[in-house]
Design a protein around this ligand. Structure first.
Ligand SMILES: NCc1[nH]cc(CCC(=O)O)c1CC(=O)O
Length: 311
């Protein structure tokens, strides 16, 4: 009989979610902790054809896992931080945020495809208003079409010829060893990532300090500070992960810089703001950048995009 501590880990069953959960499990096992994996189906996994923006509600990929965590069926939940709503849930807390993967978005198409040389009217597959608005800001002539499904499903739809190109996060492609599908990196100022993109959020119950203590060593301080700034910005804008908001924070030489954009869905209007602070002031930095964006009219832009999304 081993008396090593044992934790029950809850995750979605998609290949990317499994990779992420397995990575967390391996870290815990290396620290001498036994892990039992529990696969959980979420609303977002069941509804695979409707555009995400039309299903409505935040936390489609996280709610059921959080319910099981609150019920005590699991001890920790591993989420893509990008999919985890910023609104705190009573009884749950973010126990650890490991070091972030590549935060960039990637344009994927046949060899030689680039945003600059796509033909006029080219069909681009993405379900994200943030990606859509930033693409249209650069190339108003593109036709942005919805796409759903796991990473492999989206690549198959591209290969079937439904789109000239699609956009996916570099983080997911790298984790799934699909680096060879990356055609062009899209980075700031053209494309700012989603809040939390490339990072994992590991959640536990607030009344479970034992698990929290076991998870704490998995956290990476500069990543945690960066995502606190990004999530504080999103919360201060009262926006969700489906809003046309891009943000990227980074600790460089001991200073935390947060840059953010808010766009209209047609890409015609684009607001930008950026500030630097001490990493310890991450939450305040997010609020201050949100305030700069509000002074430029972000509240009105987001209100007008709300008619077109349902989160
Ligand atoms: N919304 C789905 C989702 N959630 C997290 C990732 C990728 C991994 C990450 O950004 O951490 C993806 C797929 C994508 O946007 O390409």
């Amino acid at each position: 009989m081993s008396d090593a501590p044992k934790l029950r880990l809850g995750t979605r069953a998609s290949p990317l979610a499994r990779w992420q959960a397995d990575w967390v499990r391996d870290q815990l096992i290396a620290a001498g902790i036994d892990v039992e994996m529990i696969l959980i189906t979420t609303e977002g996994d069941q509804q695979t054809s409707q555009p995400l923006g039309q299903i409505g509600g935040q936390g489609l990929f996280t709610k059921e896992i959080q319910r099981r965590l609150l019920a005590g069926d699991i001890d920790l939940a591993v989420h893509s931080l990008k999919d985890l709503p910023t609104l705190p849930i009573d009884g749950l807390s973010l126990a650890a945020v490991p070091e972030r993967e590549d935060t960039a978005d990637i344009l994927i198409g046949p060899a030689g495809t680039s945003l600059a040389t796509l033909p006029s009217g080219a069909k681009i597959g993405t379900g994200s208003l943030r990606r859509k608005a930033q693409l249209l800001h650069a190339r108003a002539d593109l036709e942005i079409l919805d796409i759903r499904g796991n990473v492999d499903t989206r690549l198959r739809k591209l290969d079937e010829g439904q789109y000239h190109a699609i956009i996916l996060a570099a983080a997911g492609l790298k984790r799934l060893k699909l680096d060879d599908r990356m055609t062009e990196r899209l980075e700031a100022p053209l494309m700012l990532p989603a809040v939390g993109q490339g990072a994992l959020g590991i959640e536990s119950r607030s009344d479970d300090p034992t698990t929290r203590k076991l998870l704490a060593p998995l956290s990476h301080a500069p990543t945690l500070q960066a995502v606190i700034a990004e999530r504080s910005l999103l919360a201060a804008l009262r926006a969700g992960c489906l809003a046309p908001v891009g943000a990227h924070a980074q600790v460089v030489d001991g200073q935390l810089t947060l840059a953010a954009v808010v766009l209209s869905i047609d890409g015609q209007s684009r607001l930008f703001a950026s500030l630097t602070s001490a990493p310890a002031d991450a939450a305040q930095l997010g609020e201050e950048v949100a305030e700069l964006l509000r002074q430029q009219g972000a509240t009105e832009l987001l209100a007008s995009s709300r008619g077109n999304r349902l989160d």
